[in-house]
Ligand binder design. Structure first.
Ligand code: NAI
Length: 254
């Protein structure tokens, strides 16, 4: 489908932060923007945040659909995507954005913290690609954008689980790009640097300062900085790009 106005879009982890900004940016009049969210530590707060994202999508003239769905669970993911296809008949764009951190030095890292981060960030991305890939293959079209991270390329002390998950997302992106290209589906990744969201708000001031000192552009990124690049990769303008990783880090990595 070439028009952006009737597209069905799925964004994982759309209730807050970068995911919400991506929902807002892709919510063109006539589009259907479907997103999920999951936060066992604060289910009510997360549902309220999701409602707010829904309002933002509707204000932009698009239709919103949201569900509490854990991306780490293949059954929940595939039944959510099936519901989207039953409602709208297609999936044009999938943005695998849902992600978590459980930071600590690797010698102290509990197996449960390793598993949780790999299951959400890496397996969750696989679950999304598998569920949407089948639909997109039948359509012979589709755009998949995965949210990786600069630390998936550089590594980062205290983030063994997270950086491994994001490096995995980059390898997965390239393999999916090769497998799905013959069906007209592109798969790319973005690698954000230090972006101001709830995820980074919890970092100690000293860590934030140290990160900022490594950013040539001299400021933290905004969710909008990421969303605009995702929007490009999800558009017809990026038709001849696949398997690529675009860094959005103010020059942190070059
Ligand atoms: P955030 O913590 O503000 O929001 C996370 C979102 O993911 C929420 O909507 C939450 O409901 C959802 N989520 C978490 N676990 C989930 C699960 N199991 N199933 C479904 N949804 C789930 O995070 P932020 O900062 O907006 O991050 C978004 C993505 O960008 C993540 O993949 C993160 O790793 C990546 N990223 C963030 C950077 C930053 O500096 N904030 C830098 C590089 C990458």
């Amino acid at each position: 489908m070439s028009t952006t106005e009737t597209r069905t879009i799925i964004v994982t982890g759309g209730s807050r932060g970068i995911g919400r900004s991506i929902c807002r940016t892709l919510a063109e009049p006539g589009a259907v923007v479907c997103f999920n969210y999951f936060n066992p530590a604060d289910p009510e707060g997360e549902a309220a945040a999701a409602e707010e994202t829904g309002r933002i999508i509707a204000d932009a003239g698009a239709r919103a659909m949201s569900r509490e769905v854990d991306v780490a669970d293949p059954e929940q993911t595939s039944s959510f995507f099936k519901e989207v296809v039953e409602e709208t008949g297609r999936i044009d764009v999938l943005v695998n954005n849902a992600g978590i951190t459980r930071d600590t030095l690797l010698v102290r890292m509990k197996p449960a913290d390793w598993d949780a981060v790999i299951n959400v960030n890496l397996k969750g991305t696989f679950n999304g690609i598998q569920a949407a890939g089948k639909v997109m293959m039948k359509q012979r079209s589709g755009r998949i954008v995965n949210i990786a991270s600069v630390v998936g390329v550089t590594g980062n002390a205290g983030q063994a689980n997270y950086s491994a998950s994001k490096a995995g997302v980059i390898g997965l992106t390239k393999t999916a790009a090769k497998e799905l290209a013959p069906r007209g589906i592109t798969v790319n990744a973005v690698a954000p640097g230090f972006i101001e969201t709830d995820m980074t708000a919890v970092l100690p001031e000293k860590v934030k300062e140290a990160m900022l000192s490594q950013v040539p552009l001299g400021r933290a990124g905004t969710p909008e900085d990421v969303a605009q690049v995702v929007r490009f990769l999800a558009s017809d303008n990026a038709a001849y790009m696949t398997g690529q990783v675009l860094h959005i880090s103010g020059g942190m990595y070059m």
